[in-house]
Design a protein around this ligand. Sequence first.
Ligand code: NDP
Length: 303
Amino acid sequence: MTEDTSSPTPLTLLGTGAMGTALARAWLAAGHPVTVWNRTPARAEPLAAEGAAVAGSAAAAVAANKLVIACLLDDASVGEVLAGAELSGRDLVDLTTGTPGQGRARAAWATERGARFLDAGVMAVPPMVGDPASGAYVLYSGSSGLFEEHRDTLAVPAGVRYVGPDPGFAALHDVALLSAMDGMFAGITHAFALIRGEDIAPREFAPLLVSWLTAMAPAALDTADRLAGGDYTKDVVSGLAMQVAANATLLRTAEEQGVSTELLTPFMGLMERRLAAGHGAEDTTGVIELLLTGDAQGLSDKP
Ligand code: NDP
């Protein structure tokens, strides 16, 4: 996040839900003239009291400013809201969460209508927006010209990371990070289930979880190095053969504690299949190959 030292750019924000409202507040606080529109007008009223202009229609909001930001529920709602708007000459930034394919299709759709387009993935929850200490940032991909022209304005509510001209890349980065987070939450869920019912205070156990996960997270850097080098056995510390043997202890402990193993077994099954194919000296990097080839669904037995 940077302080916007340029003259404040007027902008339009479509969608004043939880995220849109947080974004609008950050721009208003930084002195940017903000025009908002929301399907349910009552949800935009608090922003009017804080200095935003409220447009009577999405088309009027788009007509008000060159820079148009959409922060709506999903890609379908973006299509609905912008259907009647004149987009020619506009710079459209879509902060609505979507898939890479939706980002690319929306970029082509906007380009056909004469607009420059930037797709975005918000790596923050609303309370983090506008707080420079929060670590909040937004991934952007698509028109580099749009990004460079509006970089300072975009950097007001959260940090900015441009990840390339392919308009699908912001969503791809966003979803890859969220998918990794899901795996982490699955692990945390299982860990708390294991100690539930024992004389272990969750609040005392939690800091151990946090420090352990933090210590293990840099393993992603080693995985990246192995993928780049092509040798999945290079500098492996915890080989697959050892890990699969250790998995038996994890499963047995779950059984002893009366906890379902359903969060653990999909990943463990893939590790066993990679080991059975003769890759015991690797770590889990080779499991990525199983996912890519469709082996995860048992469609083939290629290692
Ligand atoms: P909200 O549910 O609070 O708001 C959704 C917004 O979309 C509202 O303005 C709503 O209007 C509007 N909307 C929904 N459907 C339509 C439609 N068919 N036509 C017109 N407007 C529509 O969600 P958030 O503000 O939290 O999320 C907005 C985007 O930000 C989402 O894509 C979300 O994934 C993303 N995001 C949210 C995060 C969060 O923690 N909240 C974190 C990261 C990304 P109305 O008020 O009329 O219902």
